[in-house]
Design a protein around this ligand. Sequence first.
Ligand code: HEM
Length: 456
Amino acid sequence: MKNNPYLLLRFSLFLLLFALVLGVLIAFAYFKKDLWGAYFPFEKLRPMHVSSAIFWILSAAQGLVFYFTKEHFKELSKREWLIKVSQGLWMGSIVWALASFLFGEYGGREYWEYPPIINLPILLSWLCFAAYLYPVVFAKFRSQPVYVWLWSTGTLFFILSFIESNLWMLPWFRENFIRDITVQWKANGAIVGAWNQLIYGLVFYLMTRISGKEDSARSWQAFFFYFLGMANLMFNWGHHTYNVPAASWVRHVAYAISMTEWVFLLNMLYSFRKKLTHAKKLANWVSYHFISAAEVWIFLNLLLALAMSIPAINRYTHGTHIVVAHAMGTTIGINSMILFGALFYIAERSHATLLARFRKWIRAGFLISNISMFVFWLGLIAAGVVKARLMIGENQPFQVAMKAAKPYLLGFSYAGIGLLIGFGLCAILLLRLLRPAHISQVHQHEPDQNKHSNQE
Ligand code: HEM
Protein backbone atom coordinates (compact mmCIF):
# COMPACT_ATOMS: atom_id res chain seq x y z
CA MET A 1 0.00 0.00 0.00
CA LYS A 2 1.31 3.48 -0.95
CA ASN A 3 2.07 5.96 1.78
CA ASN A 4 -0.31 8.89 2.04
CA PRO A 5 1.86 11.92 1.07
CA TYR A 6 -0.44 14.33 2.92
CA LEU A 7 -0.59 12.50 6.25
CA LEU A 8 2.32 14.25 7.95
CA LEU A 9 1.39 17.59 6.39
CA ARG A 10 -2.13 17.37 7.80
CA PHE A 11 -0.77 16.22 11.17
CA SER A 12 1.55 19.26 11.23
CA LEU A 13 -1.43 21.58 10.63
CA PHE A 14 -3.25 20.12 13.66
CA LEU A 15 -0.10 20.75 15.70
CA LEU A 16 -0.03 24.34 14.49
CA LEU A 17 -3.66 24.86 15.55
CA PHE A 18 -2.85 23.35 18.96
CA ALA A 19 0.24 25.58 19.36
CA LEU A 20 -1.76 28.68 18.42
CA VAL A 21 -4.53 27.99 20.94
CA LEU A 22 -1.98 27.24 23.69
CA GLY A 23 -0.06 30.40 22.78
CA VAL A 24 -3.14 32.54 23.39
CA LEU A 25 -3.88 30.71 26.65
CA ILE A 26 -0.38 31.29 28.06
CA ALA A 27 -0.25 34.89 26.87
CA PHE A 28 -3.28 35.72 29.05
CA ALA A 29 -1.82 33.62 31.89
CA TYR A 30 0.99 36.24 32.05
CA PHE A 31 -1.43 38.45 33.99
CA LYS A 32 -2.81 35.76 36.30
CA LYS A 33 -0.68 32.62 36.59
CA ASP A 34 -3.57 30.24 37.35
CA LEU A 35 -6.09 31.88 35.01
CA TRP A 36 -6.85 28.48 33.44
CA GLY A 37 -7.00 26.61 36.75
CA ALA A 38 -4.33 25.49 39.16
CA TYR A 39 -3.73 22.38 37.04
CA PHE A 40 -2.66 24.45 34.00
CA PRO A 41 -0.51 27.33 35.26
CA PHE A 42 1.77 29.33 32.96
CA GLU A 43 4.79 27.13 33.79
CA LYS A 44 3.00 24.00 32.56
CA LEU A 45 1.32 25.50 29.50
CA ARG A 46 4.49 27.18 28.20
CA PRO A 47 6.46 23.97 27.46
CA MET A 48 3.35 22.47 25.89
CA HIS A 49 3.07 25.49 23.57
CA VAL A 50 6.77 25.59 22.73
CA SER A 51 6.99 21.84 22.03
CA SER A 52 3.89 21.83 19.81
CA ALA A 53 5.21 24.91 17.94
CA ILE A 54 8.56 23.17 17.34
CA PHE A 55 6.80 19.94 16.35
CA TRP A 56 4.69 21.92 13.84
CA ILE A 57 7.83 23.25 12.18
CA LEU A 58 9.66 19.92 12.14
CA SER A 59 6.62 17.89 11.01
CA ALA A 60 5.74 20.28 8.19
CA ALA A 61 9.39 20.54 7.10
CA GLN A 62 9.89 16.76 7.09
CA GLY A 63 6.53 16.16 5.38
CA LEU A 64 7.36 18.68 2.66
CA VAL A 65 10.86 17.30 2.12
CA PHE A 66 9.31 13.83 1.80
CA TYR A 67 6.75 15.15 -0.70
CA PHE A 68 9.23 17.03 -2.89
CA THR A 69 12.05 14.45 -2.80
CA LYS A 70 9.57 11.87 -4.03
CA GLU A 71 8.93 14.10 -7.02
CA HIS A 72 12.64 14.67 -7.56
CA PHE A 73 13.82 11.04 -7.21
CA LYS A 74 11.33 8.65 -8.72
CA GLU A 75 13.31 5.67 -7.27
CA LEU A 76 12.24 6.66 -3.76
CA SER A 77 8.77 5.24 -4.20
CA LYS A 78 10.28 1.73 -3.80
CA ARG A 79 11.40 2.55 -0.27
CA GLU A 80 8.13 3.78 1.17
CA TRP A 81 7.93 1.24 3.97
CA LEU A 82 10.74 3.16 5.69
CA ILE A 83 8.70 6.34 5.55
CA LYS A 84 5.72 4.56 7.02
CA VAL A 85 7.83 3.43 9.99
CA SER A 86 9.43 6.87 10.31
CA GLN A 87 6.14 8.78 10.25
CA GLY A 88 4.43 6.27 12.53
CA LEU A 89 7.20 6.64 15.14
CA TRP A 90 7.29 10.42 14.76
CA MET A 91 3.55 11.02 15.08
CA GLY A 92 3.22 8.44 17.86
CA SER A 93 6.04 10.12 19.83
CA ILE A 94 4.45 13.55 19.48
CA VAL A 95 1.05 12.30 20.65
CA TRP A 96 2.82 10.58 23.56
CA ALA A 97 4.73 13.81 24.43
CA LEU A 98 1.59 15.98 24.33
CA ALA A 99 -0.39 13.42 26.35
CA SER A 100 2.42 13.35 28.95
CA PHE A 101 2.09 17.12 29.33
CA LEU A 102 -1.65 16.76 29.85
CA PHE A 103 -1.01 14.18 32.59
CA GLY A 104 1.52 16.51 34.20
CA GLU A 105 4.55 14.37 33.29
CA TYR A 106 7.61 16.46 32.46
CA GLY A 107 11.31 15.76 32.94
CA GLY A 108 13.13 16.86 29.78
CA ARG A 109 15.11 19.98 29.01
CA GLU A 110 14.17 23.43 27.56
CA TYR A 111 12.11 23.05 24.34
CA TRP A 112 11.86 19.24 24.85
CA GLU A 113 10.36 19.14 28.33
CA TYR A 114 8.29 15.95 27.99
CA PRO A 115 9.68 12.71 29.57
CA PRO A 116 13.07 12.13 27.87
CA ILE A 117 12.34 8.46 27.05
CA ILE A 118 10.20 9.79 24.16
CA ASN A 119 13.39 11.04 22.50
CA LEU A 120 14.25 7.45 21.66
CA PRO A 121 11.40 6.81 19.16
CA ILE A 122 11.92 10.37 17.85
CA LEU A 123 15.54 9.56 17.09
CA LEU A 124 14.57 6.24 15.51
CA SER A 125 12.04 7.97 13.29
CA TRP A 126 14.68 10.38 11.93
CA LEU A 127 17.10 7.49 11.41
CA CYS A 128 14.43 5.76 9.31
CA PHE A 129 13.92 8.99 7.34
CA ALA A 130 17.70 9.17 6.69
CA ALA A 131 17.75 5.49 5.70
CA TYR A 132 14.93 6.22 3.24
CA LEU A 133 16.63 9.24 1.69
CA TYR A 134 20.39 8.64 1.74
CA PRO A 135 21.01 5.56 -0.44
CA VAL A 136 19.17 7.22 -3.35
CA VAL A 137 20.64 10.68 -2.77
CA PHE A 138 24.23 9.44 -2.33
CA ALA A 139 24.14 7.60 -5.62
CA LYS A 140 23.81 10.96 -7.41
CA PHE A 141 25.05 13.43 -4.85
CA ARG A 142 27.53 15.43 -6.91
CA SER A 143 25.08 16.45 -9.59
CA GLN A 144 22.33 17.58 -7.23
CA PRO A 145 20.90 21.10 -6.88
CA VAL A 146 21.42 22.98 -3.63
CA TYR A 147 18.06 22.04 -2.15
CA VAL A 148 18.97 18.33 -2.13
CA TRP A 149 22.23 19.19 -0.35
CA LEU A 150 20.36 21.32 2.19
CA TRP A 151 17.79 18.60 2.88
CA SER A 152 20.46 15.91 3.20
CA THR A 153 22.77 17.73 5.58
CA GLY A 154 19.77 19.22 7.45
CA THR A 155 18.61 15.67 8.22
CA LEU A 156 22.10 14.51 9.20
CA PHE A 157 22.73 17.46 11.51
CA PHE A 158 19.29 17.19 13.07
CA ILE A 159 20.13 13.61 14.07
CA LEU A 160 23.62 14.50 15.39
CA SER A 161 22.45 17.60 17.30
CA PHE A 162 19.42 15.81 18.70
CA ILE A 163 21.73 13.12 20.14
CA GLU A 164 23.96 15.88 21.49
CA SER A 165 20.99 17.64 23.14
CA ASN A 166 20.37 14.43 25.12
CA LEU A 167 23.93 14.02 26.39
CA TRP A 168 22.83 15.61 29.69
CA MET A 169 21.45 12.19 30.58
CA LEU A 170 25.05 10.99 31.05
CA PRO A 171 26.42 11.95 34.50
CA TRP A 172 29.74 13.28 33.05
CA PHE A 173 27.84 16.02 31.21
CA ARG A 174 25.18 16.66 33.84
CA GLU A 175 27.45 16.93 36.84
CA ASN A 176 29.38 19.96 35.63
CA PHE A 177 27.05 22.98 35.30
CA ILE A 178 29.10 24.89 32.72
CA ARG A 179 29.74 21.81 30.60
CA ASP A 180 26.08 20.90 30.80
CA ILE A 181 24.69 24.30 29.81
CA THR A 182 27.27 24.79 27.04
CA VAL A 183 26.51 21.44 25.40
CA GLN A 184 22.76 21.97 25.86
CA TRP A 185 22.66 25.35 24.13
CA LYS A 186 25.18 24.42 21.50
CA ALA A 187 22.95 21.49 20.58
CA ASN A 188 19.77 23.60 20.59
CA GLY A 189 21.43 26.19 18.35
CA ALA A 190 22.55 23.46 15.92
CA ILE A 191 19.04 21.91 15.89
CA VAL A 192 17.65 25.28 14.80
CA GLY A 193 20.41 25.46 12.16
CA ALA A 194 19.46 21.96 10.94
CA TRP A 195 15.75 22.72 10.61
CA ASN A 196 16.66 25.96 8.86
CA GLN A 197 18.55 23.89 6.28
CA LEU A 198 15.43 21.82 5.64
CA ILE A 199 13.33 24.99 5.34
CA TYR A 200 15.78 26.99 3.22
CA GLY A 201 15.96 23.95 0.93
CA LEU A 202 12.21 24.37 0.49
CA VAL A 203 12.75 28.04 -0.44
CA PHE A 204 15.21 27.06 -3.21
CA TYR A 205 12.90 24.32 -4.42
CA LEU A 206 9.98 26.74 -4.65
CA MET A 207 12.10 29.40 -6.34
CA THR A 208 13.21 26.98 -9.06
CA ARG A 209 9.78 25.45 -9.56
CA ILE A 210 7.90 28.77 -9.67
CA SER A 211 10.44 30.53 -11.91
CA GLY A 212 11.12 27.42 -13.98
CA LYS A 213 14.86 28.23 -13.79
CA GLU A 214 16.80 25.28 -12.40
CA ASP A 215 20.12 27.21 -12.55
CA SER A 216 19.14 29.36 -9.53
CA ALA A 217 19.58 26.22 -7.38
CA ARG A 218 22.96 25.44 -8.99
CA SER A 219 24.55 28.89 -8.99
CA TRP A 220 27.66 29.80 -6.99
CA GLN A 221 25.54 32.08 -4.78
CA ALA A 222 23.29 29.14 -3.91
CA PHE A 223 26.26 26.98 -2.89
CA PHE A 224 27.96 29.84 -1.09
CA PHE A 225 24.73 30.20 0.89
CA TYR A 226 24.81 26.46 1.58
CA PHE A 227 28.31 26.60 3.10
CA LEU A 228 27.40 29.72 5.05
CA GLY A 229 24.42 27.83 6.47
CA MET A 230 26.72 24.96 7.44
CA ALA A 231 29.04 27.37 9.24
CA ASN A 232 26.03 28.93 10.96
CA LEU A 233 24.78 25.54 12.01
CA MET A 234 28.13 24.72 13.58
CA PHE A 235 28.91 28.07 15.18
CA ASN A 236 25.65 29.90 15.92
CA TRP A 237 25.61 28.36 19.42
CA GLY A 238 28.14 31.08 20.30
CA HIS A 239 25.40 33.63 20.75
CA HIS A 240 23.10 31.27 22.65
CA THR A 241 25.54 30.55 25.46
CA TYR A 242 25.62 34.11 26.78
CA ASN A 243 25.56 32.93 30.41
CA VAL A 244 28.65 30.75 29.97
CA PRO A 245 32.04 32.39 30.51
CA ALA A 246 33.43 32.72 26.98
CA ALA A 247 35.46 35.26 25.00
CA SER A 248 33.14 37.89 23.51
CA TRP A 249 34.67 37.51 20.02
CA VAL A 250 33.15 33.99 19.87
CA ARG A 251 29.71 35.54 20.31
CA HIS A 252 30.34 38.26 17.75
CA VAL A 253 31.64 35.86 15.12
CA ALA A 254 28.56 33.68 15.68
CA TYR A 255 26.26 36.69 15.32
CA ALA A 256 28.05 37.87 12.19
CA ILE A 257 27.71 34.45 10.51
CA SER A 258 23.98 34.22 11.36
CA MET A 259 23.32 37.67 9.98
CA THR A 260 25.34 37.14 6.79
CA GLU A 261 23.22 34.07 6.12
CA TRP A 262 20.05 36.19 6.30
CA VAL A 263 21.56 38.91 4.10
CA PHE A 264 22.29 36.32 1.41
CA LEU A 265 18.86 34.75 1.66
CA LEU A 266 17.26 38.17 1.46
CA ASN A 267 19.28 39.03 -1.60
CA MET A 268 18.36 35.78 -3.39
CA LEU A 269 14.67 36.13 -2.58
CA TYR A 270 14.71 39.73 -3.78
CA SER A 271 16.30 38.87 -7.14
CA PHE A 272 13.94 35.90 -7.54
CA ARG A 273 10.92 38.18 -7.07
CA LYS A 274 12.32 40.83 -9.40
CA LYS A 275 12.85 38.40 -12.26
CA LEU A 276 9.47 36.69 -11.96
CA THR A 277 6.97 37.40 -14.72
CA HIS A 278 3.49 38.65 -13.88
CA ALA A 279 1.95 35.43 -15.23
CA LYS A 280 4.09 33.27 -12.93
CA LYS A 281 3.24 35.43 -9.92
CA LEU A 282 -0.42 35.05 -10.76
CA ALA A 283 -0.20 31.28 -11.24
CA ASN A 284 1.37 30.89 -7.79
CA TRP A 285 -0.15 33.89 -6.07
CA VAL A 286 -0.61 32.34 -2.60
CA SER A 287 2.83 30.74 -2.30
CA TYR A 288 4.36 33.86 -3.86
CA HIS A 289 2.72 36.06 -1.19
CA PHE A 290 3.85 33.87 1.70
CA ILE A 291 7.43 33.79 0.37
CA SER A 292 7.35 37.58 -0.04
CA ALA A 293 6.08 37.92 3.55
CA ALA A 294 8.96 35.71 4.75
CA GLU A 295 11.32 38.08 2.93
CA VAL A 296 9.92 41.07 4.89
CA TRP A 297 10.23 39.08 8.12
CA ILE A 298 13.84 38.17 7.38
CA PHE A 299 14.53 41.88 6.96
CA LEU A 300 12.75 42.84 10.22
CA ASN A 301 14.45 40.08 12.21
CA LEU A 302 17.78 41.09 10.74
CA LEU A 303 17.23 44.62 12.07
CA LEU A 304 16.35 43.24 15.52
CA ALA A 305 19.35 40.88 15.52
CA LEU A 306 21.64 43.75 14.48
CA ALA A 307 20.34 45.85 17.37
CA MET A 308 20.71 42.92 19.78
CA SER A 309 24.31 42.36 18.71
CA ILE A 310 25.40 45.87 19.77
CA PRO A 311 27.17 45.18 23.11
CA ALA A 312 25.59 48.19 24.89
CA ILE A 313 22.10 46.92 23.96
CA ASN A 314 22.96 43.24 24.31
CA ARG A 315 23.69 43.78 28.02
CA TYR A 316 20.02 44.63 28.54
CA THR A 317 18.21 42.19 26.29
CA HIS A 318 18.90 38.81 27.95
CA GLY A 319 15.96 37.23 29.70
CA THR A 320 13.58 39.91 28.38
CA HIS A 321 10.74 39.71 25.88
CA ILE A 322 13.13 40.97 23.21
CA VAL A 323 14.58 37.46 23.10
CA VAL A 324 11.04 36.04 22.87
CA ALA A 325 10.39 38.49 19.98
CA HIS A 326 13.55 37.17 18.30
CA ALA A 327 12.51 33.51 18.85
CA MET A 328 8.90 33.93 17.72
CA GLY A 329 9.80 36.49 15.03
CA THR A 330 11.95 33.85 13.35
CA THR A 331 9.86 30.73 14.01
CA ILE A 332 6.60 32.41 12.96
CA GLY A 333 7.72 35.19 10.60
CA ILE A 334 10.36 33.25 8.70
CA ASN A 335 9.89 29.48 9.28
CA SER A 336 6.08 29.34 9.38
CA MET A 337 5.60 31.77 6.43
CA ILE A 338 7.92 29.65 4.26
CA LEU A 339 6.14 26.45 5.34
CA PHE A 340 2.78 27.98 4.44
CA GLY A 341 4.25 29.06 1.08
CA ALA A 342 5.32 25.46 0.36
CA LEU A 343 2.04 23.93 1.57
CA PHE A 344 -0.01 26.30 -0.57
CA TYR A 345 2.31 25.60 -3.52
CA ILE A 346 1.22 21.95 -3.39
CA ALA A 347 -2.44 22.96 -3.10
CA GLU A 348 -2.06 25.55 -5.87
CA ARG A 349 -0.68 23.01 -8.30
CA SER A 350 -2.96 20.16 -7.52
CA HIS A 351 -6.22 21.95 -6.91
CA ALA A 352 -6.12 25.38 -8.45
CA THR A 353 -9.86 25.63 -8.96
CA LEU A 354 -10.95 24.84 -5.44
CA LEU A 355 -8.19 27.08 -4.13
CA ALA A 356 -9.44 29.94 -6.31
CA ARG A 357 -12.85 29.50 -4.71
CA PHE A 358 -11.27 30.09 -1.30
CA ARG A 359 -9.30 33.08 -2.59
CA LYS A 360 -10.90 35.75 -0.43
CA TRP A 361 -10.57 33.61 2.71
CA ILE A 362 -6.92 32.88 2.02
CA ARG A 363 -6.26 36.56 1.37
CA ALA A 364 -8.02 37.43 4.67
CA GLY A 365 -5.97 34.79 6.55
CA PHE A 366 -2.76 36.07 5.01
CA LEU A 367 -3.47 39.73 5.84
CA ILE A 368 -4.83 39.09 9.35
CA SER A 369 -1.86 36.88 10.27
CA ASN A 370 0.78 39.29 8.97
CA ILE A 371 -0.75 42.44 10.46
CA SER A 372 -1.33 40.69 13.81
CA MET A 373 2.19 39.29 13.72
CA PHE A 374 3.60 42.77 13.29
CA VAL A 375 1.67 44.12 16.32
CA PHE A 376 2.55 40.93 18.26
CA TRP A 377 6.25 41.38 17.52
CA LEU A 378 6.29 45.11 18.31
CA GLY A 379 4.39 44.45 21.58
CA LEU A 380 7.04 41.95 22.68
CA ILE A 381 9.89 44.30 21.80
CA ALA A 382 8.23 47.22 23.63
CA ALA A 383 7.59 45.04 26.72
CA GLY A 384 11.23 43.88 26.56
CA VAL A 385 12.56 47.44 26.35
CA VAL A 386 10.45 48.55 29.35
CA LYS A 387 11.51 45.54 31.43
CA ALA A 388 15.18 45.92 30.49
CA ARG A 389 15.17 49.64 31.35
CA LEU A 390 13.50 49.10 34.74
CA MET A 391 15.09 45.83 35.86
CA ILE A 392 18.62 46.15 34.51
CA GLY A 393 18.92 49.91 34.06
CA GLU A 394 17.18 50.99 37.28
CA ASN A 395 17.38 47.79 39.37
CA GLN A 396 13.63 47.75 39.97
CA PRO A 397 11.95 44.50 41.14
CA PHE A 398 10.29 42.12 38.63
CA GLN A 399 6.72 43.02 39.71
CA VAL A 400 7.30 46.74 39.04
CA ALA A 401 8.70 45.99 35.59
CA MET A 402 5.83 43.60 34.73
CA LYS A 403 3.28 46.23 35.77
CA ALA A 404 4.90 48.84 33.51
CA ALA A 405 5.10 46.35 30.61
CA LYS A 406 1.46 45.25 31.01
CA PRO A 407 -0.10 47.48 28.28
CA TYR A 408 2.41 46.17 25.71
CA LEU A 409 1.90 42.58 26.81
CA LEU A 410 -1.86 43.05 26.52
CA GLY A 411 -1.36 44.37 22.97
CA PHE A 412 0.79 41.32 22.23
CA SER A 413 -1.84 38.95 23.68
CA TYR A 414 -4.72 40.44 21.65
CA ALA A 415 -2.56 40.40 18.54
CA GLY A 416 -1.98 36.70 19.36
CA ILE A 417 -5.73 36.17 18.95
CA GLY A 418 -5.43 37.82 15.51
CA LEU A 419 -2.58 35.46 14.66
CA LEU A 420 -4.68 32.51 15.81
CA ILE A 421 -7.52 33.65 13.50
CA GLY A 422 -5.27 34.41 10.51
CA PHE A 423 -3.05 31.31 10.62
CA GLY A 424 -6.00 29.23 11.85
CA LEU A 425 -7.98 30.17 8.74
CA CYS A 426 -5.07 29.25 6.44
CA ALA A 427 -4.49 25.97 8.31
CA ILE A 428 -8.17 24.96 8.12
CA LEU A 429 -8.31 25.77 4.39
CA LEU A 430 -5.18 23.70 3.84
CA LEU A 431 -6.73 20.80 5.74
CA ARG A 432 -9.64 21.06 3.32
CA LEU A 433 -7.31 21.18 0.29
CA LEU A 434 -4.66 18.60 1.15
CA ARG A 435 -6.87 15.55 1.21
CA PRO A 436 -5.81 12.37 -0.59
CA ALA A 437 -9.15 11.28 -1.99
CA HIS A 438 -9.84 14.76 -3.19
CA ILE A 439 -6.40 15.28 -4.65
CA SER A 440 -6.08 11.91 -6.32
CA GLN A 441 -9.33 12.67 -8.10
CA VAL A 442 -7.73 15.87 -9.38
CA HIS A 443 -4.49 14.12 -10.41
CA GLN A 444 -6.48 12.09 -12.89
CA HIS A 445 -7.51 15.34 -14.57
CA GLU A 446 -4.17 17.09 -14.23
CA PRO A 447 -3.16 17.16 -17.91
CA ASP A 448 -6.37 19.00 -18.62
CA GLN A 449 -6.56 21.27 -15.66
CA ASN A 450 -8.35 24.14 -17.38
CA LYS A 451 -11.16 21.91 -18.46
CA HIS A 452 -11.41 20.63 -14.92
CA SER A 453 -11.49 24.23 -13.64
CA ASN A 454 -14.42 25.04 -15.81
CA GLN A 455 -16.31 22.01 -14.66
CA GLU A 456 -15.86 22.90 -11.02
C1 HEM B 1 3.16 29.55 14.58
C2 HEM B 1 2.86 29.91 15.80
C3 HEM B 1 3.83 30.02 16.94
C4 HEM B 1 5.13 29.59 17.07
C5 HEM B 1 5.97 28.85 16.02
C6 HEM B 1 5.60 29.98 18.39
C7 HEM B 1 6.86 29.70 18.89
C8 HEM B 1 7.26 29.99 20.19
C9 HEM B 1 8.58 29.72 20.72
C10 HEM B 1 9.73 29.07 19.95
C11 HEM B 1 8.61 30.16 22.01
C12 HEM B 1 9.80 30.10 22.98
C13 HEM B 1 10.43 31.46 23.02
C14 HEM B 1 11.67 31.54 23.86
O1 HEM B 1 12.29 30.55 24.16
O2 HEM B 1 12.05 32.65 24.23
C15 HEM B 1 7.30 30.68 22.31
C16 HEM B 1 6.92 31.21 23.52
C17 HEM B 1 5.71 31.87 23.76
N1 HEM B 1 4.70 32.05 22.83
FE1 HEM B 1 4.62 31.37 20.96
N2 HEM B 1 4.58 30.64 19.03
C18 HEM B 1 3.48 30.71 18.19
C19 HEM B 1 2.27 31.33 18.42
C20 HEM B 1 1.95 32.03 19.55
C21 HEM B 1 0.72 32.77 19.76
C22 HEM B 1 -0.45 32.90 18.78
C23 HEM B 1 0.80 33.32 21.00
C24 HEM B 1 -0.27 34.19 21.63
C25 HEM B 1 -0.05 35.37 22.12
C26 HEM B 1 2.09 32.94 21.59
C27 HEM B 1 2.53 33.26 22.86
C28 HEM B 1 3.71 32.83 23.44
C29 HEM B 1 4.11 33.14 24.81
C30 HEM B 1 3.30 33.93 25.82
C31 HEM B 1 5.36 32.52 25.00
C32 HEM B 1 6.17 32.49 26.30
C33 HEM B 1 7.09 33.65 26.35
C34 HEM B 1 7.80 33.73 27.69
O3 HEM B 1 8.35 32.75 28.16
O4 HEM B 1 7.81 34.81 28.28
N3 HEM B 1 2.75 32.16 20.67
N4 HEM B 1 6.50 30.56 21.19
